[in-house]
Design a protein around this ligand. Structure first.
Ligand SMILES: [Zn+2]
Length: 319
């Protein structure tokens, strides 16, 4: 008995095809963040490389719940870093914002069954005060500060409203929405299992308020307990910075696939059809690629890191 050679060949080919399909479907990690550091002095570039590597490791693609015609518009996110003089040593350390987004007001239905608008960062800019760079490098905070601003360039705080993840409660205080991936994580990690929203920073004015987690929250600000503070607070606190599941969850709410949060998402043929249902109407107008000039983005999420450095003791802004 012998196998027909061509049949063996066909079987081998089939196995190879199946293997390559598996390889494709499990290779979920994409390097989608590119940071242009050509405008940054060479001795500081390590911090940008580390920050980019951090977010690239965790943010590994775009949600498969997005309509396909939206996903087709999405590519790499190019973030330019500059180091202008802003206000001298201390004060504002940096700012960041998306400069181009893919928007779809028709939205998509998230994992939790809520239809939300879509606005996804495709390009951004980060500015760091050149007067603060030497001090941040010396104090060892530079990587954290770059990670923080990069998060804003990716949409953290800067695109929440556009994605319907913030809402005003009965007292007209805007908070992070009542459901979603970030909420799920916050309930777990804060221990406040009955929390109905994630508290946002309400103080600090434009650029700080409503685009950071609340530093009055005992989970986000653990400086008096564990000595740690969350990365995405409105001020760089003198503490060991950590990145919470709430922050990772927020990126999942901004339609990214975040490792360990929502990488199990599968294509949903209804949610991600080639065309939105006819009842949505007018979709060519709704889908836009918006070029926003920096000056036109009044809430860059962060003229934010309001950390006043005095001899590298960090002074909190006044409440
Ligand atoms: Zn910020």
């Amino acid at each position: 008995m012998h196998f027909h050679p061509s049949l063996v060949g066909a079987k081998a080919l089939l196995v190879a095809l199946v293997l390559s399909l598996c390889a494709t479907s499990t290779a979920k990690s994409e390097d989608i963040i590119n940071v242009d550091t050509s405008g940054v002095a060479p001795q500081y570039r390590f911090a940008f490389d580390q920050a980019e590597a951090f977010w690239d490791k965790h943010i590994i693609g775009y949600s498969r719940l997005l309509p396909r015609f939206v996903r087709r518009q999405l590519g790499d996110i190019n973030i330019v870093a500059t180091t202008p003089f802003i206000d001298g040593a201390g004060g504002i350390l940096g700012s960041a914002a998306p400069t181009r987004t893919v928007d779809f007001a028709g939205g998509a239905v998230d994992k939790f069954g809520t239809r939300r608008s879509i606005s996804i960062s495709q390009a951004g800019i980060m500015n760091f005060d050149i007067a603060d760079l030497p001090g941040l490098q010396t104090s060892g905070d530079l990587v954290d500060v770059v990670m923080h601003e990069m998060a804003h360039a990716l949409g953290f705080g800067s695109l929440w409203e556009q994605n319907d993840v913030t809402w005003a409660d009965a007292d007209d205080v805007t908070q992070y929405r009542y459901d979603g991936h970030a909420m799920e994580k916050y309930r777990q990690e804060s221990g406040v299992t009955s929390a109905t929203f994630i508290p946002l920073e309400q103080d600090g004015g434009g650029g700080t308020a409503l685009s950071h987690w609340d530093d009055d929250d005992p989970f986000f600000n653990q400086t008096t307990t564990t000595g740690r503070a969350e990365l995405m607070l409105g001020a760089l606190l003198p503490a060991q910075q950590f990145v919470s599941g709430s922050t990772f969850g927020s990126f999942a709410d901004l339609w990214f696939v975040v490792d360990g949060i929502n990488n199990g998402e599968q294509d949903n043929p209804i949610r991600s059809g080639r065309r939105p249902p006819k009842t949505w109407g007018g979709y060519p107008d709704w889908l836009s690629i918006r070029a926003a000039s920096i000056s036109a983005v009044p809430e860059p999420g962060s003229l934010a890191m309001i950390a006043v450095i005095a001899g590298f003791g960090l002074i909190r802004r006044r409440r």
